[in-house]
Design a protein around this ligand. Structure first.
Ligand SMILES: Cc1cc2nc3c(=O)[nH]c(=O)nc-3n(C[C@H](O)[C@H](O)[C@H](O)COP(=O)(O)O)c2cc1C
Length: 373
């Protein structure tokens, strides 16, 4: 049985390697659209998702975080499936959960193309998508079609045309539309590609935004009997003082989780011809910066608010660093593009092996609750 599973997995990996060569020969966004269309197609077929899931049976490593029972602690980060079309297939690839979106209230095209650039030598990407979104109506229709039982986070944003002073209304509209179908809602205030968005991370702007969203959440909980956890998605480019201030506001407003981090504007250590492209950098060169953000948050929050570690995870060791810094869950995006679904399995196997050796010293963790790894 085990041998057959390994053979099946090896076959899938061989198919992925071939697919990857083909996809990487295409322009970055074209290959993204092509792969996502294939996954969306597979999502509509029970046979296809069952075939994909067949090689992922040992991807269970349950974690309860924010009151949610995650089947394993490795999630897909936001931005890959912005229209919630490929949820079933992405889940079947082994992710413990998928974060869908960002969705904005109204459809908008995002920035002109080209807007994603590969830096393959560094296992990195630069993107300036600018919240390309099909809008809430079609997003919610797709979301409602996802197979039951899949844990889904929904990443929400604001339309570019909405004035910053009215941003809270866009987030509230998104919250209201998706809350029935979402296991948690991630408030994206950290995309570098929407003008002014990151200013919402400042204490003076964040406090009224979270107060408004908590009011909306209260109303929705009263009407539906369901309180949906709220996660803040933050940037890796905040100074230490700003990060501590943000943690204080999040604590005061009883935010349920913090996802650290989004892409970076920094190009430190990225010697690449495309490094000058405008946008957010993701992938391996972001790793250390994102881990430092997790570690500082963790020291500040002392386990009071769980942290989702995201940014530059390209190997099982990278994921362990996030857990050791204080994360309770991790997410991947760029590592998944370069390494494929095998990265999910590698992380889970490494966590399992580590769990089997409880004496292994967790030297960095500042979060008493983050000993799960
Ligand atoms: C093309 C692209 C689009 C993204 N879109 C979003 C988004 O809509 N919302 C969001 O919160 N993060 C978005 N992200 C950021 C990722 O969710 C993740 O935080 C970041 O890429 C760091 O993780 P990684 O190094 O594993 O890619 C996007 C990233 C990429 C590469």
């Amino acid at each position: 049985m085990e041998r057959r599973r390994h053979e099946h997995e090896a076959r899938l990996m061989a198919i992925y390697s071939g697919l990857r060569r083909m996809l990487f020969a295409l322009e970055a966004e074209t290959s993204h659209d092509f792969a996502l269309a294939a996954l969306a197609g597979a999502s509509r077929s029970r046979i296809a998702t069952a075939l994909l899931a067949k090689c992922n049976r040992r991807r269970d490593l349950p974690r309860k975080v924010m009151g949610i029972n995650f089947p394993n602690p490795v999630g897909l980060a936001a931005g890959l499936d912005k229209r919630a079309r490929a949820c079933n297939a992405l889940h079947a690839l082994g992710f413990g959960w998928v974060e869908l979106g960002a969705v904005t209230p109204l459809p908008q095209p995002g920035n002109p193309k080209p807007r994603i650039f590969r830096l393959p030598e560094q296992h990195a990407l630069i993107n300036r998508m600018g919240f390309n979104s099909g809008g809430l109506a079609s997003f919610v229709r797709n979301l409602a079609r996802a197979a039951p039982g899949i844990i889904k986070g929904v990443n929400i944003g604001k339309n570019a045309a909405t004035a910053m002073d009215d941003a809270h209304a866009d987030y509230a509209a998104c919250m209201e539309a998706v809350h029935m179908h979402a296991d948690y809602i991630s408030v994206n205030i950290s995309s570098p590609n929407t003008q002014g968005l990151r200013d919402l991370q400042e204490e003076g702007a964040l406090a009224p935004l979270l107060a408004a969203l908590n009011r909306k959440r209260g109303e929705l909980a009263e009407a539906s009997g369901r309180r949906v956890p709220l996660v803040l998605k933050i940037a890796p480019d905040l100074g230490g003082g700003a990060l501590d201030a943000l943690a204080g506001v999040a604590r005061k407003h009883r935010i349920d989780g913090i996802a650290a981090t989004n892409t970076t504007l920094s190009r430190d250590g990225v010697g690449h011809a495309l490094a000058g492209e405008v946008g957010g950098l993701s992938g391996a060169p972001l790793g250390a910066r994102a881990t430092e953000t997790v570690a500082r948050l963790s020291r500040n929050l002392q386990g009071e608010i769980p942290i989702i570690g995201v940014g530059g995870i390209d190997s099982a060791e990278d994921a362990l660093e996030k857990f050791e810094a204080g994360a309770e869950l991790v997410q991947i995006y760029t590592g998944f593009i370069y390494r494929g679904p095998r990265l999910i399995g590698e992380i889970i196997e490494r966590l399992r092996a580590r769990q089997a050796r409880p004496a292994e010293k967790n030297v960095h963790s500042a979060n008493p609750k983050a000993r799960c790894a």
